[in-house]
Design a binder for this molecule. Structure first.
Ligand code: APR
Length: 262
């Protein structure tokens, strides 16, 4: 139940919002803090969300047409080229003040904060965060679409260039190391994220609509264990009902002040 659900007026300064100081007090007292971020965390870095990115050749595509193993097996070159196009886009974006505030907080309190993200842009790492739990993989790495039967340990680096690159021995394809619709999340990453969610006293849920599971289940598990869930998002989310406090502000604006001097 949200104790102080406070829907501020449009241009209210967040410092005057009772939820702001209440959240700072909870953060000061917390031994273990978990953070889960989503696409909104990178919005102020100019990262087009997955759904905004369909332009040019792919402008009339649905995400399912691209981020899906079946689609990839049917049109590997077309889907691979879209990912290459997005990788080029992401080379120019930089972490924003929200990413940097979280990284600096973790540097001050290395044992207190566990950061998990649904994002694949690696902007948390670029800001200096370490041990980031990438629930949905990342844009940078590739892996084999199928294990190579001839040389099971065939390193990805040996793939012959192409669109997409192939194993020179058996012709198997590479694929982006991103969790596609229908894929399972990386088991060890999810287990670690679950442990952190169950052990924390406060969980910051930043820039996510809270509609995609199992990631969206982590704040719910934290709240069931008694943690205070704080939602940082200018818009309502599917997780608002379990929030202790709602900070309806852009994350790059509120995070630096929220974490300052804690
Ligand atoms: N600060 C905080 N939140 C913001 C900001 C901002 N500056 N700008 C937008 N948001 C919020 C939006 O209000 C929205 O609730 O970010 C949220 C983004 O929601 P989604 O686009 O659904 O992204 P996300 O929740 O991360 O999606 C989860 O779904 O597409 C799949 O695998 C993909 O990881 C992704 C998953």
């Amino acid at each position: 139940m949200t104790d102080t659900a406070h829907t501020p007026t449009k241009n209210q300064d967040f410092r005057a919002d009772p939820a702001f100081e209440a959240t700072r007090a909870l953060l000061r007292a917390a031994q273990r803090i978990a953070v889960m971020s989503g696409a909104g965390m990178s919005a102020e870095s100019g990262v087009p969300t997955f759904r905004d990115a369909q332009t040019g050749l792919w402008s009339n595509c649905r995400p399912e047409d691209l981020a899906d193993e079946r689609a990839y097996r049917q049109r590997p070159g077309w889907v691979w080229d879209w990912y290459m196009y997005r990788r080029e886009q992401l080379k120019t974006v930089k972490p924003n003040a929200g990413h940097i505030a979280l990284a600096e907080f973790q540097q001050r309190h290395p044992q207190r904060l566990t950061l998990m993200t649904q994002n694949v842009d690696r902007l948390h790492q670029a800001a200096g965060s370490t041990g980031v739990l990438e629930l949905h993989g990342n844009w940078v790495d590739d892996r084999w679409l199928d294990p190579c039967p001839k040389t099971p340990a065939c390193p990805v680096s040996r793939a012959a260039p192409g669109s997409p690159p192939r194993c020179p021995e058996c012709g198997h394809l590479l694929r982006p190391d991103i969790v596609w619709f229908g894929d399972s999340l990386p088991a060890q990453v999810l287990a670690e994220a679950e442990r952190a969610s169950l052990a924390c006293q406060v969980m910051l849920v930043i820039g996510t609509s809270g509609v995609v599971y199992p990631a969206a289940g982590l704040p719910i598990a934290a709240q069931h264990m008694g943690a205070a869930v704080i939602i940082i998002n200018p818009a309502p989310t599917e997780l608002d009902r379990i929030a202790r406090h709602l900070l309806r502000y852009p994350s790059a604006q509120v995070l630096p002040a929220l974490l300052d001097d804690i």
